[in-house]
Design a binder for this molecule. Structure first.
Ligand code: ADP
Length: 236
């Protein structure tokens, strides 16, 4: 479903990603782990088509920057991007129009309800607390019901109820065959729900392992993380 192949991205002289490759299957959750500065956001922004890079990224066999691929891809950025002078409802409407969504009203209501934003619908972007902004950003990313969804540090700033809601949504998306990539530097927040983990450090992939393969080693995800990021081995 998603193929990242030999992707390298430089910001001036800084090499944010070097020769990054991985493949994600439909109906799976992949956790992209790594310390701050590992290159997680850079690879996510490359997949979504926000950055120029060398290498290839294909979604369902399509170039990720093609119009067809963009319809399949969804993204929730690490920092919410909201308009200060649009209300919560207007943000949802704006996104629905941009994506030319039909009959989105029910899904929009359901998302706002699940993230406890129904009572905030008339508030403007700059009247929302940080956590509410994060929740609205999630609702906006999920509204088009994308086949492939990238969530960049999605749990940061969320209250426990919203974290529980998001985790159950991720499980529902997996059950309906979506491809989900969640980046985080906090291992605990994702421990329950991953099928594959890709660990990055210093712009490169240090480990790429399924849950079953990790179970066979007898190690926990945290143990693997520290093994590959602290002693420089590939975790094997
Ligand atoms: P992560 O998401 O894992 O914390 P990033 O992808 O944000 O890591 O950053 C990877 C590297 O690229 C870091 O060294 C960071 O300082 C650098 N970097 C990220 N964005 C920019 C930018 N816009 N300009 C210059 N350097 C950047």
């Amino acid at each position: 479903m998603l193929d990242v192949s030999h992707v390298t991205k430089k910001y001036g002289k800084t090499e944010a990603c070097r020769d990054v490759s991985f493949h994600l299957d439909p109906g799976t959750v992949t956790v992209l782990l790594g310390p701050n500065g590992a290159g997680k956001s850079t690879i996510m922004k490359s997949i979504i088509g926000f950055l120029r890079y060398s290498g290839t990224i294909r979604v369902n066999g399509l170039d990720n920057r093609s119009l067809e691929a963009r319809r399949i891809l969804g993204y929730v950025p690490e920092l919410p991007f909201l308009y200060p002078n649009l209300t919560v409802s207007e943000h949802m409407e704006f996104l629905a129009r941009a994506y030319r969504l039909q009959n989105y009203g029910g899904r929009s209501e359901e998302l706002l309800e699940r993230f406890e934003l129904t009572g905030q619908k008339r508030k403007f972007g700059d009247e929302l607390s940080k956590g509410m902004q994060q929740k609205l950003s999630l609702c906006l990313g999920l509204l088009p019901d994308p086949e492939v969804i990238l969530l960049d540090e999605p749990m940061i700033g969320l209250d426990p109820k919203a974290i529980r809601e998001l985790k159950s949504m991720i499980e529902e998306m997996r059950a309906s065959g979506k491809t989900i990539l969640v980046s985080t530097h906090i291992i605990d927040t994702v421990d329950m729900l991953w099928d594959r983990t890709v660990i990055m450090q210093g712009g490169t992939v240090r480990a790429n392992i399924t849950r079953g393969e990790l179970d066979d080693t007898g190690r926990s995800l945290e143990e693997l993380f520290f093994k590959v990021t602290e002693d420089g081995s590939n975790g094997k």
